[in-house]
Design a protein around this ligand. Structure first.
Ligand code: HEC
Length: 123
């Protein structure tokens, strides 16, 4: 009997975790630039990278150690948007260039991603 209760609790916890882990990252209070970046990210990048940059089945999470500033400085973002990215870290395929996103817009997108990263211990 006890065991049954325990199993039920574990099952519920497991289901909660699966449900949550989709977006189980800390969302910080965003600066003004970060908020503008979040909007630009939602309309240009989220299809593949997810609303909170946690990844989808089309693209990787950017809130990930691989993309910490030392490994992928801001220049990598401008390059990715302008020239696309040949698949090298993951197996989602290539990232195509994203036309129509200005340099200033990428600056805001970078602010958003860096704020998410910092809030999740990636710096
Ligand atoms: C059509 C899907 C798609 C869209 C839209 C997309 N990306 Fe990507 N992106 C990818 C994939 C896939 C990779 C991973 C390539 C690899 O390393 O295997 C990637 C990688 C990256 C990288 C890492 C670059 C590097 O040097 O390794 C950055 C930064 C990035 N994307 C930023 C963005 C931003 C910013 C936007 C929106 C303006 C965006 N992406 C839109 C699919 C996408």
């Amino acid at each position: 009997m006890r065991f049954g209760v325990l199993a039920a609790v574990l099952l519920a916890a497991g289901a909660w975790w699966v449900y949550r882990s989709d977006d189980a990252i800390a969302i910080p209070e965003l600066t003004e630039n970060g908020q503008a970046g979040a909007r630009l990210f939602a309309s240009n990048c989220a299809l593949c990278h997810g609303t909170h940059a946690t990844g989808t089945d089309r693209g990787p999470p950017l809130v990930h150690e691989i993309y910490e500033p030392d490994h992928h400085p801001d220049a990598a973002f401008y390059r990715a948007v302008n020239q696309g990215v040949a698949s090298h870290h993951w197996s989602f395929g290539n990232m195509p260039p994203v036309p129509g996103v200005s340099h200033r817009s990428v600056t805001k997108i970078v602010a958003y991603v860096r704020e998410l990263q910092r809030a999740n211990g990636i710096r």
